[in-house]
Design a protein around this ligand. Structure first.
Ligand code: SF4
Length: 493
């Protein structure tokens, strides 16, 4: 029998195939950049929690990387006798093991267990996580008086100077955890039975692949399934799962009466291999918005543990924009902002944005809610810039609904993201031709690397070039979309 870690038991709760793969074929796992980033945030929050909970300065970290197994269990036993706060205490029951983020002594014999999470609320999976933790610790002989989850308070504002008190809030889950602890041994036994098998469980991909966590085995599992020529998932805003559960996986097999107009259009264009373009409609949509026009796009970064005073956890902070200005003679100008100093870019961003967007003319964006929200947040932080920012917000025109209503190419596969629409409308432009930074996730990674103190000046300049090229293409792509939709294809832009 193997000793299954808490994360493997949680993998079993998500999907029995996942725990089997975690044990037998971990080499097939490919965590996305987003998953990796959430692990990194989790580590940062964990480190911070140790500082916040070690108020007396006498806490002890059971360092598994230094000690290894089984020494961590002996070190934990010694620490338990000391009656000081313990971090990463290790417990095993033979069939399972867990590391407790925080253990705080209560009286002479009991302990308070706190699991620290980087989420902004308590999730159902975390309740199971705590129950597993409590079961293993209790079975290993720890007398738990209470159990809690500490998570990030998304409304908290970082005051600066490394003062993070107030970042974490606790939810006491003692009663419900005690009720659920009785279920845990059944989960462990079932997970043990799965990993003892030599065959991978026959489970198809489905909603469990993303919930509660993105599964790193998705590429592998999907590669084992038959290729569907026209998957039902290409139908936009369509609840595909109930159909998939009935065996309907091809969009051609969904009855027309189940689809709205846009879904029908996607189905027809896909089946017939044709492009839908309502040129007159698109032209009419844009007719009211006279030139000069501005085409604007932001790149943002977020930190679970804020690094800039005045910002909240996970607040999307704009660090870069690109803006193209097109006048009535077809003359195109470009402006941009990018701050890689490592200091809060917000104020300089807002000031330059107001200057670059002029006083009049539509400001075209793609998916307006995002840019509008960022500008509204900046207006809330810098009240002296509020008027200028709100004036830009009032001029924003969203190109996305025009694209969604007026244009569809089968290559979009049900998506109207600008990265799906651009190669269809303007095939000579491509994000693939860019060096290094080709999407928003790449941009965030590049920004984080660029502001890291150990990044060389040379590498920082390389990243700057890549970021500027990427963001400029985003707004130039909008200009070219506008050109096609407005019927100005005779202009050389
Ligand atoms: S990708 Fe989906 S089916 Fe495959 S192991 Fe992960 S959760 Fe299970």
């Amino acid at each position: 029998m193997r000793t299954l870690s808490k994360s493997k038991i949680m993998a079993f709760r998500q999907c029995p195939r996942r725990v089997w793969l975690e044990v037998h074929r971990p080499d097939l796992k490919e965590d996305s950049a987003a998953t990796q980033a959430s692990y990194d945030t989790g580590h940062t929050v964990g480190d911070l929690a140790r500082r916040l909970y070690d108020r007396g300065g006498d806490g002890e970290l059971i360092d598994i990387d230094k000690l290894g197994f089984p020494a961590v269990f002996d070190a934990t036993a010694e620490a338990l006798a000391s009656r000081h706060p313990i971090f990463e205490a290790a417990f095993t029951t033979g069939d399972a093991l867990a590391l407790a983020d925080v253990l705080l002594p209560v009286g002479q014999r009991q302990w308070r267990m706190v699991e620290v999470k980087s989420s902004t609320s308590v999730k159902d999976a975390q309740r199971e996580d705590l129950a597993i933790q409590a079961h293993i610790a209790t079975k290993a002989g720890v007398n738990l008086k209470s159990m809690a989850l500490a998570h990030i308070d998304s409304s908290w504002v970082y005051p600066g100077d490394e003062d993070y008190s107030g970042l974490l809030v606790e939810a006491d889950l003692t009663d419900e955890t005690k009720e659920r602890v009785g279920e845990v041994q059944g989960w462990i036994d079932a997970a043990q039975a799965i990993v003892a098998g030599s065959d991978m469980p026959a489970i198809k991909t489905g909603p469990q692949c993303d919930s509660p966590y993105a599964c790193g085995f998705f590429e592998h599992c999907a590669s084992l399934e038959p290729v569907v020529e026209m998957p039902i998932q290409w139908l936009p805003r369509f609840r595909a799962q109930p159909w998939i559960e009935q065996g309907v996986i091809d969009l051609r097999n969904v009855p027309l009466e189940e689809l709205n107009d846009v879904q029908r259009r996607v189905r027809e264009c896909t089946v017939q291999g044709r492009v839908h373009f309502d040129a007159e409609g698109a032209k009419a949509d844009l007719a009211a918005h006279e030139l000069p026009a501005y085409f604007l796009d932001f790149e943002t970064i977020q930190f679970g543990v804020p690094i800039w005073a005045g910002t909240r956890p996970y607040q999307q902070i704009p660090f870069q924009y690109s803006v193209h200005r097109l006048d009535a003679r077809g003359h195109l100008e470009h402006g941009e902002f990018l701050d890689l100093s490592g200091r809060d870019p917000s104020r300089a961003f807002a000031e330059q944005l107001i200057a670059d967007c002029g006083d009049a003319g539509p400001v075209f964006v793609y998916n307006a809610a995002f840019e509008k929200s960022r500008m509204a947040e900046l207006a809330g932080r810098f009240t002296d810039l509020k008027e200028g920012l709100e004036a830009i917000i009032a001029r924003v025109i969203d190109l996305l609904p025009i694209a969604r209503n007026r244009y569809y190419h089968p290559s979009q596969k049900g998506s109207w993201s600008i990265k799906a629409v651009l190669p269809a409308v303007v095939p000579e432009l491509s994000y693939e031709a860019l060096d290094g930074v080709r999407n928003g996730g790449d941009a965030q990674e590049a920004f984080l690397e660029a502001i890291h103190p150990q990044t060389s000046a040379e590498q920082r300049e390389t990243l700057r070039t890549q970021l500027l090229a990427y963001c400029a293409l985003d707004t130039y792509a909008m200009v070219r979309l506008w050109q096609v939709f407005a019927g100005r294809t005779n202009w050389r832009l």
